[in-house]
Write a protein that binds this ligand. Structure first.
Ligand code: ADE
Length: 457
């Protein structure tokens, strides 16, 4: 991911971001920061970049010309999201960070003095963002704050990617208390349950403490959490058909756009897909109008929606899938013991065997540590993965190794892993894929009666 920072103080930005985790990400070329000095682009022979404000008032304003030329030197004809950091912007949040982390390139424009001439902002800025309700002396610190929050979501930047997905704000709850060695310090003992090794109990304890802390410190967030919990409860009445929406909500990925009875529209930030179910043609039409333009959809299939989506709105149905979920309490036995998280060393192997044109998607899945390989005598013979919507999939076993329980082991391994994270594991099975259906049933997953359409343009 590449960040361009347009600033009067490029050294401040580079020095501020050159240490610790972000410094290492720079060194490993997972991110790149290009700090551009706006002053280098002024046409004023004294190097001036600011002037008095028309209409009077205290202070100076950055002029349009140097800002525009610096921006053009970076973007040229390219369309790059350009963020002006300003107290007048919309508040920065984890949701915003997740959204921006999907971009390949971002430009940050840092103001100084009293701000920047409005005319250039109108021409170049796509997003106005504030880091809080207070006024700083310039935009460099806010830009650095945002770059830090976005960079840690870039695959590979954190050593343990799971932590980017589970901590504060990913499900509208604040993080639970954490402890490290020693077991006793200043007479205070680490809570016993955390030493028990019982992951179900540990997850329960953590959730309880997250809830208690959020309710006390951030009642606004807690309210949002309760709203989601109540929707999850209602979806759980038909778990097999609604598992994708339930899991998107409970894993802290979804925003509720609309929810009343069976009329539900969610937006899953992590995979940027809307999830829709509708009770009637009328409500279906209203919900579809609320879908942000250009967004793909996972739609609980209904004939009246088919007509509307395909014939009237020009959408295409790419896949029709059944949903299979593993709701049992017991972990599954894993016969094949040698299963490992794949690294980029296996990228070509995965591409050769998982036929897709979406090579960037495979790269991202591997870098985010969501693909797992089965080995026999140190040789990779199959893999399974977690899709960006959180479902299990991408299962492959080499022809010569089929019928030996490797596919079963791979999926069982992933099911156990997801259960330990507190998830309900689920998969989407393309209609007609009988062998996958058999595997799901053998492992004890329950199959939905309804199907889900993956819809896009
Ligand atoms: N520039 C000055 N103050 C700011 C703030 N709070 N957020 C973003 N940019 C700023």
């Amino acid at each position: 991911m590449k960040f361009h920072v347009l600033t009067l103080f490029p050294e401040m930005v580079m020095q501020g971001l050159n240490t610790s985790i972000i410094g290492r990400a720079l060194e490993n070329k997972l991110i790149d920061i290009n700090a551009v000095n706006i002053r280098d682009y002024t046409q004023d022979k004294h190097g001036k970049v600011d002037d008095y404000t028309y209409g009077g008032g205290a202070g100076m304003l950055m002029q349009a010309q140097p800002v525009f030329d610096a921006w053009q030197a970076v973007c040229g004809e390219k369309k790059v999201r350009t963020i002006y950091v300003t107290p007048q912007g919309k508040p920065f949040s984890q949701a915003e960070a997740l959204d921006l982390a999907k971009e390949k390139e971002l430009v940050f424009l840092c103001g100084h003095y009293e701000g920047i001439d409005e005319r250039v902002l109108e021409e170049v800025v796509t997003d106005y963002i504030s880091i809080g309700d207070y006024v700083l002396t310039g935009g460099e610190l806010p830009a650095m704050v945002m770059i830090d929050a976005i960079s840690r979501l870039v695959p590979g930047v954190l050593n343990n990617d799971a932590s980017a997905h589970t901590e504060s704000f990913h499900n509208d709850l604040l993080e639970y208390p954490q402890y490290s060695r020693p077991e006793e310090w200043h007479g205070k003992r680490v809570p016993q349950v955390l030493l028990s090794g019982n992951h179900t109990k540990i997850n329960e304890w953590r959730l309880e403490h997250s809830k208690e802390r959020t309710k006390r410190v951030r009642p606004d967030l807690y309210e949002k959490y309760l709203q989601k919990e109540s929707l999850i409860k209602s979806l759980a009445k038909n778990k097999r058909s609604n598992i994708h929406m339930m899991e998107s909500l409970s894993r802290g990925r979804a925003e509720i756009i609309y929810a009343k009875g069976k009329d539900i529209l969610l937006y899953d930030r992590a995979c940027q897909v809307c999830m829709l179910s509708a009770e009637s043609p009328e409500s279906g039409e209203v919900l579809i109008q609320k879908v942000p333009s250009g967004t793909s959809l996972a739609v609980t299939s209904q004939e009246f929606l088919n007509e509307m989506l395909v014939e009237c709105l020009g959408f295409q149905i790419y896949h029709e899938c059944y949903q299979a979920c593993y709701t049992k309490r017991e972990p599954l036995p894993v016969k094949n013991k040698d299963i490992r998280v794949l690294t980029m060393d296996s990228y070509e192997y995965v591409l050769q065997n998982y036929h897709t044109e979406a090579t960037d998607y495979i790269r991202e899945r591997i870098q985010s540590k969501y693909l797992y390989g089965a080995y026999r005598d140190e040789q990779l013979v199959g893999f399974v993965g977690e899709h960006d919507d959180g479902s299990m999939g991408m299962l492959f076993v080499e022809e010569a190794y089929r019928g030996q329980g490797i596919g079963t082991s791979l999926e069982a391994y992933l099911i156990n892993r997801q259960r330990e994270a507190g998830y309900i594991p689920y998969a989407h099975i393309i209609k007609g894929n009988a062998s996958s259906m058999r595997l799901q049933e053998r492992l004890g997953l329950y199959m939905s009666k309804d199907t889900v359409w993956w819809v896009g343009k």
